[in-house]
Design a protein around this ligand. Structure first.
Ligand SMILES: [Zn+2]
Length: 197
């Protein structure tokens, strides 16, 4: 095609969820069929990148210092659900099965891939446990070796000083599957059926 088209297509292909064909289809759609949509997409991406940041408390998306969940007094302030990524938080929120607070770690421990405790949001987690009245920590992490290691790290490092109850969501998910791909009903039963760690 043209160098500019190839560059656009390859950039789309490098994004999560896009393969060669879907990237080509989107590039063609934006350029040939909906150029006005391409313009508005450029503006929306630019606005989002400029205004959305990480909540200083829980690391959710926010346009202010603290996100709408952290600032919502109607949420159960004694429950803290620990997730790997914002996409997991969004899935749990969408399921409508949880009304407590969250903490987004930013990933899971994986020494082989260079993800050590320093790379994750553990220091803000510790501050929250010190400062607040968290009575139960619900671990909603992946059902794989790294998720398991992250759960143990939290249990070993934070639960001695802060006697909160630790539970883990009951997995009806395939091994290695992430929270963000689970449907609402699966997540609801996983949270309701959480078990002590
Ligand atoms: Zn927050």
């Amino acid at each position: 095609m043209t160098p500019a088209f190839d560059e656009l297509k390859n950039t789309i292909k490098s994004l999560p969820g896009f393969g060669y064909r879907s990237a080509e289809r989107l590039a063609l759609h934006l350029i040939l069929e909906k150029p006005e949509k391409a313009e508005s997409l450029v503006q929306l991406i630019s606005k989002a990148v400029g205004t959305i940041k990480s909540c200083i408390t829980c690391h959710n998306l926010s346009e202010e210092e603290e996100c709408s969940i952290c600032k919502d007094p109607s949420r159960n302030q004694s429950l803290l659900c620990v997730v790997e990524r914002v996409s997991d938080l969004i899935s749990i929120e969408r399921s409508g099965s949880y009304r407590g607070l969250y903490h987004v770690l930013g990933g899971k421990l994986s020494p082989l891939q260079g993800v050590h405790p320093d790379s994750l949001n553990f220091s803000t987690l510790e501050n929250r446990l010190k400062g607040n009245n968290i009575q139960e920590i619900i671990l909603a992490l992946s059902n794989d070796i790294e998720g398991e290691a992250t759960c143990h790290y939290i249990q070993d490092n934070f639960l001695q000083q802060h006697p909160a109850r630790l539970s883990r969501i009951a997995f009806g998910l395939p091994s290695g599957g992430g929270i963000h791909i689970a449907d609402a009903q699966t997540l609801q039963s996983a949270i309701n059926g959480r078990q002590g760690f």
